[in-house]
Design a protein around this ligand. Structure first.
Ligand SMILES: Nc1ncnc2c1ncn2[C@@H]1O[C@H](COP(=O)(O)OP(=O)(O)OP(=O)(O)O)[C@@H](O)[C@H]1O
Ligand SMILES: [Mg+2]
Length: 240
């Protein structure tokens, strides 16, 4: 489905933020990307979202160059960012936040559709009239997930979507995302800087280090990971 081939990205000539990145994400699978701050994770996310162009290499979706694919398949790829507070309009109530994502198509969701959507992220229907400041961080991020699902996407990109939440709320949302993935048969590309949430959600895990993918393993084989940087990440996980 998604194919990234020999992708390099330079913002400044000769300085590679991403260096020869290649991987694929099949339909209905979940691939995680971890790496420290500044390693190039969000840059790769933006290339996949078609917000920026790769300096070298090719990104395709169903064999079509990614920027054309986005043109022809509006709404098929959605994104949830880390900062739920700045990604919603504070003057909007939850109903307006959800309706807003349909503005381009000038459609409106019926009350039944809105209720179904809130239920799918396990929020009470009464929240439709609440404003962002009347919700907890975890609840607001659920609203953002619901908003990403409005267009019924086949592909969801999550860039540090759980990083600002506390660990117990992260675990709840990982469970929710797994459930949604099973139900809707979507693919996820899940970007994070910590191993725990990624390994809980993803089938395959890639490690980005200084712009290169230094490790790509099935999650169940994570303990056999080879690269010293992955080992360092594994050592940093504190078992409870
Ligand atoms: N538009 C830009 N112009 C110049 N440099 C940029 C631009 N966007 C990102 N960079 C640089 O590219 C590198 C990778 O940034 P990126 O945001 O992809 O990292 P990240 O892995 O997502 O980090 P974090 O975990 O902190 O979100 C950084 O050194 C950053 O300064
Ligand atoms: Mg980032």
């Amino acid at each position: 489905m998604l194919s990234v081939k020999n992708v390099c990205k330079e913002y400044k000539k000769g300085v590679r933020v991403l260096d020869d990145i290649s991987f694929e994400i099949a339909s209905n699978s979940c691939v995680g990307l971890i790496g420290e701050s500044g390693s190039g994770k969000s840059t790769l996310g933006r290339l996949i979202l078609g917000l920026e162009k790769a300096t070298l290499g090719a990104i395709t979706m169903d064999s079509e160059p990614i920027h054309l694919w986005h043109k022809h398949n509006r709404g098929e790829m959605s994104v949830v960012f880390q900062d739920y507070n700045t990604s919603v309009n504070p003057r909007f109530c939850v109903e307006q936040i959800l309706q807003e994502s349909l503005w381009m198509s000038s459609k409106k969701m019926s009350n039944t559709e809105l209720k179904k959507l809130l239920q799918s992220v396990e929020l009470p229907v009464s929240f439709l009239n609440r404003y962002a400041h009347e919700l907890s961080g975890g609840q607001l991020q659920r609203v953002c997930i619901a908003r990403a699902l409005v267009s019924n996407p086949r592909f969801l990109l999550l860039d540090e979507s759980l990083s600002a939440l506390d660990v117990s709320v992260q675990a709840e949302i990982v469970k929710l995302l797994k459930h949604i993935q099973n139900e809707k048969q979507m693919s996820y590309f899940f970007i994070a800087h910590d191993l725990e949430s990624v390994s809980a959600l993803c089938d395959t895990l890639m490690v980005l280090h200084q712009g290169k993918i230094v490790e790509s393993v099935r999650t169940e084989s994570l303990k056999y990971a080879q690269h010293p940087y992955t080992q360092k990440l594994l050592d940093a996980v504190i078992p409870f």
